[in-house]
Design a binder for this molecule. Structure first.
Ligand code: GLC
Length: 713
């Protein structure tokens, strides 16, 4: 690659650092598709939002055959949860707590995307967040750093496979580094004023995991972190990403983010903006034109050196070489777009069912029988296949999706399915009439796809007023109501509905097989396999709310006035992290750690017995938390360190085992350096983050540092 670099003019070098947009879709403010003339003169090294064999072949041919050096383009696309076959949105997939599934869907998406000419996806999105007002919670793996780290590893392995040059894989991009999920008031693009400790403990682990898994690219977040925009942050992009984690890949700015350093007020013009980004280590400028227009001026002003540019260009050329683009610029492309293979449809159905979270089922109306009176399937999301795909649905096609209504009709062939026609009727009167006629009502409500995702923060993340009114009318029919929520976030439910609904199912945006999965779940063909990857608030006033809060000196205690609580709303979430019901039930007992003492460097074997005490096959997620009893800094009330899905037959008893290493017990000390401290650490095991429900076993850690060294000053 150095020989090629030596032949490049300044324009051609800057071209390699410039990403332009195709005409496939628009995902940012400027949307003018690149002209083929720009490609021909080597003014662009990569292009986003372009797919299908014909479109990619046309642009790639010009780059390879008509430009002076014939350097192939990287083709980037946001393939977050499927390319043509759409899987549940990432927050929904996270609810499956199934690392193998996370990897499988990424591999499927990579194969479909590569066959459409994509060589790099801007995924996985790894922004931990505790704020459902933020529209991008939908794209995230939820509130927990450990889940996000496991998600990162699985997705990078799925997208990239074992060889980037494989025509069935794509380069992955870990985004958005960092702290994007902590935006002020949940408002997209706002500042994130987080402590260095929160950055280290909450927002960085998933990216460290992605880098360790070999992620090819990283994208900084749009925002400023405590005053320094990530796009210009040397401490973040050089100090942590390159120096601490030894990341050798490519840093791609977010859309127009380099130019927006001017709007942030940290750059006076494009030359300064380009200087700040290049010095921070951003290699590719996505859609700002800052490198193309600003770097020549920055060179003239002596703000950057040619060596800085060369370093960035070499990283980009190396990635292209790793992708096999020099050997085969048309890698993966097949004559026609990838067919929506049945194998991937089955995977989409399994993923959707595994992500659905049964929040309530009392009285136990689910699963529904194949025999009985009519079932009313009503509400604005009942027959909405486009909305089922959710935001960032890539090349997904609504007409290839299965709506909730379609799925219910297929799942209950022996029962009449009542539904309000698409138009021509006043739902406020017709729908309740259907509810009176039916034996049970499936009310499909929540968010449409354009109410979620980027630039879609909601100050009141609940149900639209029209749906609340409809719910009142439906409940007035006095038939059991099953609330099926389609959404990209936890939705705050009005008490009358949360109490009035017999069952509540969080379906998220389930993807192409939404209806098939719903029919399977409501008929009992499969269980709703999901558990909440994010705390579900009871009220907006609780936000941000999450289980792993640090201890306080006066923890919430309804019996004590002087404790951390509210006068007018509960302190506990409506549904806690990890919550989710099976159609059966599990009992846990006999938690054991094998020994009461664990020395630094040793591995602890933890075991617990799990019994299916119900009358049908079923599964659940077993979660292992740790709880430092005393430490040199206030620790979270508990921290998830392991999770495992189990399945058992009725009355079957399993032994579930976990292995913990001492590095699982480390935390950033007062100086933010990793520390392993002697003392008692409790192991808590159960199904959700409710301390009183968890089995507890204590161990004494030795061989680490003492909290209070003798004679400390
Ligand atoms: C968007 C998003 C980013 C996405 C990029 C390209 O603004 O912030 O997640 O990958 O632009 O579409």
């Amino acid at each position: 690659m150095r020989a090629l670099l030596a032949r490049m003019t300044l324009d051609e070098k800057i071209g390699q650092l410039t990403m332009v947009t195709g005409s496939g879709t628009a995902t940012g403010p400027q949307t003018a598709p690149v002209s083929l003339a720009e490609i021909r003169v080597g003014r662009a090294g990569s292009i986003l939002n372009l797919w299908t064999p014909a479109a990619v072949r046309e642009v790639q041919r010009i780059a390879v055959e008509e430009s002076r050096l014939g350097i192939p383009l990287i083709v980037g696309f946001d393939v977050l949860h499927g390319h043509r076959t759409i899987f549940p949105v990432p927050l929904g997939e996270a609810a499956s707590f199934d690392t193998a599934l996370w990897e499988e869907t990424a591999a499927a998406a990579a194969e479909e995307a590569a066959s459409d000419g994509v060589s790099l996806t801007f995924a996985p999105m790894l922004d931990v967040t505790r704020d459902p007002r933020w529209g991008r919670i939908c794209e995230s793996p939820g509130e927990d750093a450990h889940v996000a780290a496991r998600f990162a590893e699985a997705k990078v392995k799925g997208f990239q496979g074992s060889a980037l040059a494989s025509s069935r894989h794509v380069a992955a991009t870990a985004k958005h580094l960092g702290a994007y999920g902590a935006v002020l008031a949940g408002r997209d693009y706002a500042s994130a004023d987080v402590s260095q400790r929160e950055l280290e403990e909450v927002h960085l682990p998933a990216f460290a995991s992605a880098v360790k898994a070999g992620v090819a690219a990283v994208m900084p977040s749009f925002i400023d972190i405590a005053g320094t925009p990530a796009t210009a942050s040397r401490p973040l992009l050089r100090g942590i990403l390159r120096d601490r984690w030894n990341f050798q890949g490519v840093v791609i700015s977010d859309y127009n983010a380099i130019a927006e350093l001017i709007t942030h007020g940290v750059a006076a013009d494009l030359a300064e903006a380009a200087t700040l980004a290049l010095r921070a280590g951003v290699d590719i400028d996505m859609m700002a034109g800052a490198y193309s227009r600003g770097l020549p001026v920055a060179l003239d002003r002596g703000l950057v050196a040619m060596a800085d540019i060369d370093t960035a260009v070499l990283r980009v050329l190396t990635l292209k070489d790793d992708l096999g683009l020099f050997a085969d610029p048309y890698r993966g492309l097949i004559t026609a777009s990838y067919s929506n293979g049945p194998r991937y449809r089955r995977l989409a159905k399994r993923a959707a069912a595994s992500s659905m979270v049964l929040l309530k089922n009392s009285p136990a109306v689910l699963p529904l029988s194949q025999h009985g009176g009519p079932i009313a399937v009503v509400g604005p999301l009942a027959h909405a296949p486009a909305d089922m795909l959710g935001p960032w649905a890539a090349a997904g096609r609504a007409e290839e999706g299965v709506s909730f209504l379609d799925g219910m009709r297929a799942a209950f062939p022996g029962r009449r399915i009542l539904h309000q026609p698409a138009a021509g009727f006043d739902p406020a009167t017709l729908v309740p009439a259907l509810a009176r006629e039916a034996g049970i009502v499936i009310f499909c409500a929540g968010e449409t796809r354009n109410m979620s995702g980027e630039a879609s923060s909601r100050g009141e993340p609940g149900l639209p007023m029209a749906q609340i009114q409809l719910a009142k009318n439906l409940l007035a029919a006095n038939n059991p109501l099953v609330l099926v929520l389609c959404s990209g976030r936890p939705l705050i439910l009005p008490p009358f509905l949360a109490e009035g609904a017999a069952a509540i199912l969080a379906a998220w945006f389930p993807g192409s097989e939404a209806g098939t999965a719903l029919g399977d779940v409501l008929s009992g063909g499969v269980e709703p396999g999901g558990r909440l990857p994010v705390s579900w608030p009871a009220s907006i006033g609780q936000i941000p709310i999450y289980y792993s809060e640090r201890r306080t000196g006066r923890p919430a205690n309804s019996a004590s006035h002087y404790s951390s609580k509210y006068l007018d709303i509960p302190a506990e979430p409506h549904f806690p992290f990890g919550h989710g019901l099976s159609y059966t039930a599990f009992r846990f007992d006999n938690l054991r750690t094998g020994r009461p003492v664990m020395a630094a460097g040793e591995t602890l074997e933890v075991a617990v017995d799990a019994s299916n005490i119900g009358d049908r096959n079923g599964g659940t997620i077993v979660m292992l938390f740790i709880q430092h009893q005393v430490a040199s800094v206030a620790r979270p009330v508990m921290e998830l360190k392991r999770f495992q899905r189990i399945e058992a037959a009725p009355q079957e008893k399993l032994t579930v085992t976990f292995r913990l290493g001492s590095n699982d017990l480390q935390f950033p000390g007062a100086d933010l350096e990793p520390v392993l401290e002697n003392g008692r650490i409790d192991i808590l095991v159960g199904q959700r983050a409710v301390e009183s429900e968890l089995l507890r076993a204590g161990i004494e850690l030795t061989g680490g540092q003492n909290r209070l060294p003798a004679g400390s000053r």
